[in-house]
Each structure stands twice: as structure tokens, then as C-alpha cells.
Design a protein around this ligand. Sequence first.
Ligand code: B1M
Length: 212
Amino acid sequence: MSHFETLAEAVTKGDITAALAETQSALDAGSTAQEILDKGLIAAMDDMGKRFSKGQIFVPQMLRSAKTMKECMKVLEPLFQEGDVISKGKVLIGTVKGDLHDIGKNLVSMMMEGAGFTMIDLGVDVSPEKFVEKTQEVEPDIVAMSALLSTTMPSMRKTIEALETAGIRQKVKVMIGGAPVTERYAHQIEADSYASDAGSAVSKAEGLLGIS
Ligand code: B1M
């Protein structure tokens, strides 16, 4: 088995010790943090999602795998943050109300920080009111929202409406993403941008702020 397969297996089993050891072995063998993320960690979570859909695993197993992935991401995080230190812009990020999924959001935040953005992370289950309050307080360039459930996507629209009601919609760019979110949905709710993954979130954010 390759390092990536062994790592993916450890993540699906929720075996933190084995997953951390394999992450380190893969790094020692010359794999990049991006390869470990894509071929080991994200591959494992995709597999967990498919098995969950089929009723083969349940929430406790998903939680264990999520925790294992988070621990491995802590090892990789510094490697994504070796970029320059001059801030490209301030980004307020959070997972929308009713939604507790934060792995993808954390990944986006981590990659953007590594690319030179100043990130203010509001965590999960962030209400439209909280997004508005924090936008008024920290005056970000971008408000970035993540949703992993189709049932919580409408909270993105509500947040944009709340920014409008507060009279601050024009002062910020709004970017959205997350597995069920699409470019089409972004147009529908009049978000300024959509990104399908953490890498493209960086380039989309740069595009929004006119950074080439
Ligand atoms: Co949940 N869950 N979950 N879950 N979970 C999904 C999302 C699901 C697709 C599984 C399935 O059925 N196949 C399904 C949603 C179906 C739907 O609505 N479309 C689901 C469900 C149903 C649920 C519960 C309702 C289950 C239940 O209780 N019956 C429940 C809801 C809880 C809640 O939020 N209120 C629930 C709970 C959980 C756990 C708590 C157990 C755990 C989350 C732990 C955590 O995050 N701390 C969990 C997990 C782990 C998953 C899966 C298996 C993995 C998600 C993940 O972390 N992926 C997931 C299945 C799947 O996605 N394959 C599933 C890895 C991550 C790197 O990818 O988050 O997609 P992702 O992020 C990507 C992109 O989407 C993008 O970039 C990231 C990196 O490339 N991106 C952005 C994300 N945000 C972005 C923002 C941007 C731009 C890009 O700009 C701002």
C-alpha cells in the first residue's frame, strides 16, 4: 500500500496515532502537503461520505475520522503558511447557521492565510446577525461563507440579505463555497464569487480584490 492509502485507511478507521505517523512518513518520503491532503485526507473523507450515504457507517465514525483528519491538518498547516506575510486583504469566514461542518472551512481559511490573507474565523453555526455584527466591527474586504448541508444553504442568502438591510452589502465582497454549493446558486443569491475548493478560493479571492 502507498503512504496515501495507508493514511486514508487510518483516517477512515479514526486511528489518530497511525494517521499522524503516516502523515509524517509521507512527508519524510518527499510527498508535498498538498498531495497528502488530496490523496490521503480528502480521499478518506470522500469515502466516509459515500459509506455514510449507503448507511454503512454512522455519525460517531464520521466524527472520529473528522477528528483524525483535523489532527493531521495541524501537522500540515505550517507547510501551507510559508508564503509572504504582507496581508492581501481581510477575510471574515464562517460556516453558516445550523451547520457544524468545519473541516472544509478550516482548510479554506488555512490556505488563504498561507496565501497572505488576514483571516478572522467565526467558527461554525454563524447566524446572519453575527456575520453582520462582525462585518461592522472588523470591516473585512471579503465575507466568506461555507455550507455543507443543502438545508443550511439558504442561510447564505439570508446573510446577504442581512448585510443589505444593515446597509453594508456594497462595502464587502461575498464569497461562498461548500460541497452542495454551486456557481449557479452563487448567482441566484447574488454572491460575488463561488469557489469549489480551497485552492480556487485563494485565486477567486485574489480576483475579487483585483490582485493578480
Ligand atoms: Co456530515 N454530512 N452531517 N458530518 N459529513 C455530509 C456533508 C454529507 C454529504 C454526508 C452524506 O450524506 N453523504 C451529508 C450532507 C447531505 C446534504 O445536505 N447535501 C451530511 C449530513 C447529512 C450530516 C448530518 C445531518 C448527519 C446526521 O446527523 N444525521 C449532520 C449535520 C450536523 C450539522 O451540521 N448540523 C452531520 C454531521 C457530521 C459530523 C459532525 C459527524 C462530521 C463533521 C465534523 C466537522 O466538520 N468538524 C461530518 C462529516 C465529517 C461529513 C463528511 C463525511 C465529510 C465532510 C468533510 O469534512 N469533507 C461529509 C461527506 C462528504 O463531504 N464527502 C458529510 C472534507 C472537506 C475537506 O471537504 O467540507 O467539502 P468540504 O470542503 C471543501 C469544499 O467543499 C470547499 O473547499 C474545501 C476544501 O477543498 N469549501 C469551500 C468548503 N467551504 C468553502 C468555502 C468557500 C470556498 C470553498 O468560500 C467561502
